[in-house]
Design a binder for this molecule. Structure first.
Ligand SMILES: Nc1ncnc2c1ncn2[C@H]1C[C@H](O)[C@@H](COP(=O)(O)OP(=O)(O)O)O1
Length: 320
């Protein structure tokens, strides 16, 4: 397996490229050697950058929160979004030698070697730095919740334009699956969407291995939350929840307006009333649970898109 990776042109390029090992990427040699399966023996070697003087090259400093979260996108230059709601960068062929190629290479490697698991195992035996490394490599998740029409999608679109997040919209993923020819879940999803109920959390599993995610419209009920906890416990960190709060009337008005052009079968008054009920009964308690953990940032979503986004920006910039 290892020799196969060494033959990968992008990895070869990176390993021999002084460009890559320059400034703000002092951690990359360690990460790469770990990824390349050289494990503990290589850790004993001294990657030269880690031993140069200056704050950027101090591994302790680099690994100290909140820097890891900020530095992940600098180190890996993660793509800001996946065009259709699915993360696609890991499947794209690397085309250039450079940051995108490295992402590709890295994501492939991370999937192949289950990096977080490897680092976690190593961290049981190795010092604090490795433990922090494993923490740093976990996907960072921001849940985006609020009533239908609160503006979740609109704000997520802005976030991915301005920050390095992959946007996964539970609703979009479900709608996509529903319209896929031959989907065995199509009918079920259709009924769930029209009735304002929520489809199963299993639909989210396939996108679990990336770094910074905005997960929009999930978890919407206790089953979703439990499913998330079962599947993702220890594998991802929920950093916080962005809660777009506005009245049911505002939500309904916006969705009816959206329905004039969206073609969404659920943007009609009857569906909306059910969805609002489901939201109040099932999703609000989830938000409250996160509130008790001090993880909720509540935003008054009844204001203009710009005003709401100004709050979002503040939160993201203060939280990394
Ligand atoms: N702050 C805001 N003020 C006015 N209209 C808004 C708004 N945010 C979003 N909209 C519009 C855009 C859409 O047509 C509709 C629903 O927005 P959305 O982002 O699709 O909501 P959600 O994803 O929460 O269902 O309302």
């Amino acid at each position: 397996m290892r020799s196969g990776l060494h033959r990968h042109p992008v990895c070869d390029g990176l390993l021999s490229s002084p460009w890559y090992f320059r400034p703000a990427v002092a951690l990359s040699p360690s990460i790469l050697v770990l990824l390349l399966g050289e494990g503990m023996s290589v850790l004993k070697r001294e990657p030269p950058l880690l031993h140069r003087e200056g704050p950027l090259n101090d591994p302790e400093l680099l690994l100290t929160p909140p820097l890891p979260i900020l530095s992940i996108d600098k180190i890996f230059s993660l793509p800001g979004h996946a065009p259709t709601g699915h993360s696609s960068s890991s499947s794209a062929e690397p085309t250039t030698r450079g940051r995108w190629s490295f992402i590709d290479c890295f994501l492939r490697l991370s999937e192949q070697f289950m990096v977080v698991g490897l680092l976690q195992r190593l961290s049981e035996k190795l010092p604090r730095v490795v433990h922090r490394l494993s923490e740093m490599m976990k996907p960072q998740v921001v849940f985006v919740l609020g009533g239908p029409g609160a503006g979740k999608g609109t704000q997520c679109e802005r976030i991915v334009k301005n920050y390095s997040y992959t946007h996964l919209s539970a609703g979009d993923l479900l709608r996509e699956e529903r319209s896929r020819t031959g989907s065995e879940f199509g009918q079920l999803i259709d009924t769930y969407i029209k009735e304002g109920k929520i489809a199963m959390e299993e639909t989210m599993k396939s996108d679990e291995k990336k770094f910074r995610f905005l997960i929009d419209g999930f978890p919407r009920n206790q089953d979703n939350l439990q499913g998330w906890n079962n599947v993702m416990d220890g594998k991802a960190d929920v950093k916080f929840v962005l809660f777009f709060d506005c009245s049911s009337e505002v939500c309904i008005d916006r969705c009816l307006e959206r329905g004039k052009s969206s073609g969404r079968t659920d943007d009609n008054r009857e569906s909306l009333e059910k969805r609002i009920q489901t939201y109040l009964q099932s999703t609000r308690p989830i938000i409250e649970q996160y509130e008790q953990q001090g993880k909720v940032h509540k935003i008054d979503a009844s204001r203009s898109v710009d005003e709401v986004f100004a709050d979002v920006k503040n939160i993201l910039e203060n939280q990394g």
